[in-house]
Ligand binder design. Structure first.
Ligand code: FPP
Length: 232
């Protein structure tokens, strides 16, 4: 089945909550609901792979309470959603480092991955303890001495370094919510020719309609990959 790869930097949870005089963690909880909405909507919009930035390696620097709320949210999501994801043909994978995650979370990750392994409608990749630069470094270390390395080899090394299935897939569309315009160490190799879309909508407010609009915008763009426009 063909379809596009959409990656999302789900930003704005903290500010969304602060604007409502609530703790930042409340924004993350509402952010988890937005994840459910977007995952449900994605397959019918022609999205075949969806990569969500759930926790960057730099996010370990956040206050311990916020980190532990996020880790609990990930565990809860994996445990409560796996059956439904399987039912709707979604295969789940967690990409990033695993050696710094709590053993209980790693078990939840592995169980959810096993349970959803047959899903063919959508590949949902949650990036947790993810740093694109660290992965590039590890891929280069794994290839040390290989002078004939090609692009596809690099994608395979990256895929392996992040516990992914097969080579790291190129991103077609990168969406960042929350109004900032940066990549924040996310999918740097895979975004080489990604279309970028920045929206001021805060992640907890992001809806299926916002995603549909983003896909419409993406489909109206002229992607040339460094070539010239095809003659009509
Ligand atoms: C960035 O917003 C968001 C995060 C660091 C965490 C993303 C997590 C979720 C969307 C919820 C849980 C996800 C799953 C998969 C169940 P921010 O806190 O940096 O927001 P701010 O820029 O407003 O401070």
């Amino acid at each position: 089945m063909t379809g596009i790869h959409v990656a999302v930097i789900m930003d704005g949870n903290g500010r969304w909550a602060t604007a409502r005089s609530r703790p930042r963690e409340w924004g993350h909880r509402r952010g988890a609901e937005a994840v459910r909405r977007i995952v449900t909507a994605a397959p019918d919009l022609g999205i075949r792979t969806l990569t969500l930035y759930a926790f960057s390696s730099d996010n370990w620097q956040r206050p311990a309470t916020e980190v532990s709320v996020l880790m609990r949210l990930f565990s809860r999501y994996l445990r409560s959603e796996a059956a439904e994801l399987k039912e709707s043909g979604v295969r789940l994978q967690v990409v990033g480092r695993r050696d710094r995650l709590a053993p209980g979370l790693v078990r939840d990750v592995e169980r959810a991955e096993r349970e959803t392994v047959g899903g063919e409608r959508l590949l949902l990749r949650l990036a947790v303890d993810y740093s694109s630069r660290d992965l590039l470094l590890r891929a280069v270390q794994a290839a040390a001495g290989a002078s004939d390395l090609e692009r596809q080899d690099m994608a395979s090394l990256l895929g392996r370094a992040m516990h992914g299935e097969g080579p790291a897939p190129d991103v077609d569309l990168l969406i960042r919510t929350g109004g900032e315009r940066r990549l924040s160490d996310f999918l740097l190799w895979e975004c080489a020719y990604a279309e970028l879309l920045f929206t001021p909508v805060m992640w907890p407010d992001y809806s299926a309609e916002h995603l549909a609009d983003a896909i419409r915008d993406f489909r109206s763009r002229d992607r040339r990959f460094g070539n010239v426009a095809a003659a009509s």
